[in-house]
Design a protein around this ligand. Structure first.
Ligand code: PLP
Length: 388
């Protein structure tokens, strides 16, 4: 099997499994306990936190461990907006882009539904980019927060985060980015990016599902969403997922060290794969930006097919990929991300996303490109009206 669905999830790395194992066995202490087992756990948690902080180039106290990307996004969007509104009731709007993951979009909709916020959507251009001017035009004096994803999970387009954050800061608005897909492929230095909050998820990085982290800058106030014993400096109560935090930290540190070389290698393979598919599949349409995209994502529409039938054919040929985001899989509705790019609904329904792990080989991508040509050809022949 050739696995080309790494944007959905990744296998756990051996180094990560080995690093987390003690916290699932002998070192089972609760980091809040005041005995040697508890203190050992607290020390391991502190080390995990400083690992993530090094990757973010921030202070350890600015890292909150969560249950994953979804929770990190919820905590950032709701937590920052609600804390800002509590300090100044006039702040009752949030800005998000038209291509956010549901973890951000639905958090904004919750603020609208339950707390009376208005949600302002920044449009994207035909390649999925948010422009500085587009963002500037939706900012208002009442804007409490801007949340724009670093890289899109369906089309791979990478936003100019530092420039967008500067636009928000020019009018005193904090900036959050969902870096769940960018992590491992793009630099996560929060100082260089000039941002106030950033979410990541462990399972996109070679660590297990159900663990994540949120960076929030210095004194930026955050209304907690989970109340209890005050763990994580009161930002996220609940006994910490020790093994999950150690795993996330180990994976993030490894990925950050490997990132520049891996990104350079995989970009070349990705571009060859894209060229090959565009050359061999008539009408294939690349979605997202040609170069400002994740090294790991090649996404297409194949007009005249249905995305689901192409996926089935590809799986028969040994290639596993997806029609868009794993969250939307199984839904018949065309992807809102593709619609936001201006793609017609019937074309959007023919979308297929190929996403690569950092260890993807040239041979696998060559074989996958050949399989795409065969699969799309078969689906088109079956869909063509029979003559005679
Ligand atoms: N944000 C983006 C861009 C994602 O791609 C995902 C998962 O696919 C999430 C958030 C949610 O992360 P998690 O699966 O850890 O909840």
């Amino acid at each position: 099997m050739i696995f080309l669905d790494a944007a959905a999830t990744t296998p756990v790395r051996r180094e990560v499994l080995e690093a987390m194992w003690p916290y699932l066995s002998g070192e089972f202490g609760n980091p809040s306990s005041h005995h040697t087992l508890g203190e050992a756990a607290a020390a391991a948690l502190a080390e995990a936190r400083s690992g993530v902080a090094k990757v973010f180039n921030c202070r350890a106290g600015e890292v909150t461990f969560t249950s994953g990307g979804t929770e990190s996004d919820n905590l950032a969007v709701k937590g920052i907006a609600l804390a800002r509104q509590a300090a100044d009731p006039a702040l009752n709007r949030v800005v998000i882009s038209a291509v956010e993951h549901p973890a951000v979009e639905e958090s904004a909709r919750y603020l609208e539904r339950v707390h009376g916020f208005a949600v302002d959507i920044v449009p994207v251009d035909g390649e999925g980019l948010v422009t500085v001017d587009a963002l500037r035009s939706v900012l208002k004096p009442e804007t409490a927060l801007v949340s724009i994803m670093y890289a899109n999970n369906e089309i791979g387009t990478v936003q100019p985060i530092a420039e967008l954050a500067a636009v928000a800061h020019a009018v005193g608005v904090p900036f959050h980015t969902d870096a769940v897909q960018a992590a491992g492929w793009c630099p996560l230095d929060v100082k260089a990016l000039g941002i106030d909050a950033l979410s990541i998820s462990a399972h996109k990085l070679g660590a297990p599902k159900g663990s994540g982290a949120l960076f929030t800058k210095g004194r930026l106030r955050l209304e907690p969403l989970i109340h209890g014993g005050g763990q994580e400096r009161g930002k996220r109560s609940g006994t910490e997922n020790m093994a999950g935090a150690v795993a996330l930290s180990t994976a993030a540190v490894l990925a950050a060290a490997e990132q520049p070389a891996q990104a350079q290698r995989v970009v070349q393979l990705r571009d060859r794969f894209i060229d090959r598919v565009l050359d061999t599949v008539p009408d294939a349409l690349l979605t997202g930006h040609r170069s400002q995209r994740l090294p790991s994502v090649a996404s297409f529409c194949f007009p005249g097919t249905s995305g689901e039938s192409v996926l089935l054919e590809l799986e028969r040929l040994g290639v596993v990929c997806s029609s868009g985001s794993a969250c939307a899989a199984g839904s018949d509705a065309p992807s809102p991300v593709l619609l936001a790019l201006g793609i017609a609904p019937e074309t959007a329904q023919t979308a297929v996303r190929f996403s690569f792990t950092s260890t993807i080989s040239e041979a696998d991508l060559e074989a996958a490109a050949a399989a795409v040509e065969t699969a799309v050809g078969r689906v088109k022949r079956l869909a063509a009206p029979q003559v005679g």
